[in-house]
Ligand binder design. Structure first.
Ligand code: MRU
Length: 364
């Protein structure tokens, strides 16, 4: 996608084949800054501290992290240690393990001397495939928006609600949930996005709103608690969100607060879609609600908030009383029964065990 008219991705492999550059997402929307990463340990820190975030992006960046390790020491032990370190950076998004396992499988098929180039090529392939997958997700979801636009009497935009940031910043390009929005906007459809602020880290208010603004997509940031009210009053046509892990039964884990939106959508008869690259599907996990590991992050993300002052300085301030405890589960799981459909790179799929198994068997 473009920033100030210039094509930009949140991840760029450096031409020397030794490192990558990433957008430091902690600074957005106030500062756009690329940072170099040159070792598996630096990649680990960037993922854990959320300079990079979003399930597909952390998978792709981790793949390069393992390739960086292969450049330094490609012995079995060194690679296994680096893969274990990177896998532990964040526990919920399964794309991390998926990408690392993919690189490991490829490198282990080579002798030590050829492993670095093989790992780098596999990381490139993971990153490029992510772009194609997200474009395809958008293409498959676009008719959902077009059908609403066609039914609309007297014009007015199609109103989409999204939670967190499942945009291009969370992927290598396009985003998952935002891909149909960008494609609809590019095709000239009037579309407006309700952007959940997404406390506590505010990925909606700071990242999704910034992305949509750069693309010229009309949008409105709302408090996380406003979605139910808007749905009740017919002001949301469709919800679409991303996901970090989908279990074999179709339960979908995404940023904390997604579940409440799905409940409100069901009560108000608003369709609720989950954009799911199949790299986010964990068929090894039977039941999402009870099986998906939920990351617990620091309470400081709740008790403090950072932003820009009128003079342009970035500051952090405290919201809560000294001494109040804060709990910060970072994700929740939306049960399959609340999901209208999963939008994959192969098309729409019911959030249901048989359909998911069949899809993956067909595509194996
Ligand atoms: O904690 P984050 O910012 O990494 O959480 C991101 C999300 O929950 C996204 O919705 C999800 O990773 C899908 S990104 C296409």
């Amino acid at each position: 996608m473009k920033v100030n008219g210039v094509a930009l991705r949140p991840l760029r492999a450096l031409p020397d084949g030794l490192g990558v550059e990433v957008i430091d997402q902690r600074l957005l929307p106030h500062r756009l800054q690329m940072r170099p990463l040159g070792s598996a340990r630096e990649v680990f820190v960037a993922i854990r501290e959320m300079w990079v975030r979003g399930a597909p992006l952390i998978g792709a960046v981790a793949a390069y992290g393992l390739a960086m390790q292969a450049r330094r020491d490609a012995s079995d032990g060194a690679l296994a240690n680096a893969a274990a370190l990177l896998k532990g950076a964040r526990p919920t998004a399964v794309n991390l393990a998926w990408a690392l396992d993919r690189v490991m499988r490829v490198v282990m098929a080579h002798g030590v001397g050829r492993r670095a180039d093989a790992a780098w090529a596999e990381a490139d392939a993971i990153a490029e495939r992510d772009v194609q997958v997200n474009e395809a997700i958008g293409r498959h979801a676009l008719p959902l928006l077009q059908a609403i636009a066609a039914r609309r009497q007297g014009g007015g935009p199609v109103n989409v609600l999204t939670h967190c940031n499942a945009g291009w910043l969370a992927t290598v390009d396009w985003g998952t949930a935002t891909s149909p929005i960008y494609q609809a906007h590019a095709a000239g459809m009037a579309v407006h996005v309700w952007v959940d602020e997404t406390r506590p880290r505010n990925q909606g208010a700071s990242l999704t709103a910034w992305e949509l603004g750069q693309a010229g997509v009309p949008h409105t940031v709302i408090a996380d608690n406003a979605g139910g009210h808007l749905m009740q009053h017919g002001r949301v046509d469709l919800c679409i969100v991303g996901c970090d892990r989908v279990a074999a039964n179709g339960d979908a884990c995404n940023k904390i607060g997604t579940y409440l939106k799905a409940l409100a959508a069901r009560d108000s008869g608003v369709p609720f879609y989950v954009a799911m690259p199949t790299s986010t599907l964990d068929l090894g996990l039977a039941d999402g609600v009870h099986g998906i590991p939920i990351e617990e992050r620091s309470g400081r993300e709740l008790t403090h908030v950072s932003g820009r002052t009128a003079s342009g300085e970035m500051v952090e301030v405290q919201l809560t009383p000294d001494g109040s405890a804060a709990a910060n589960p970072a994700f929740d799981v939306t049960p399959a029964r609340l999901i209208t459909a999963l939008v994959t790179e192969y098309g729409l799929v019911p959030a249901e065990a048989g359909a998911l198994r069949q899809l993956m068997e067909e595509r194996a």
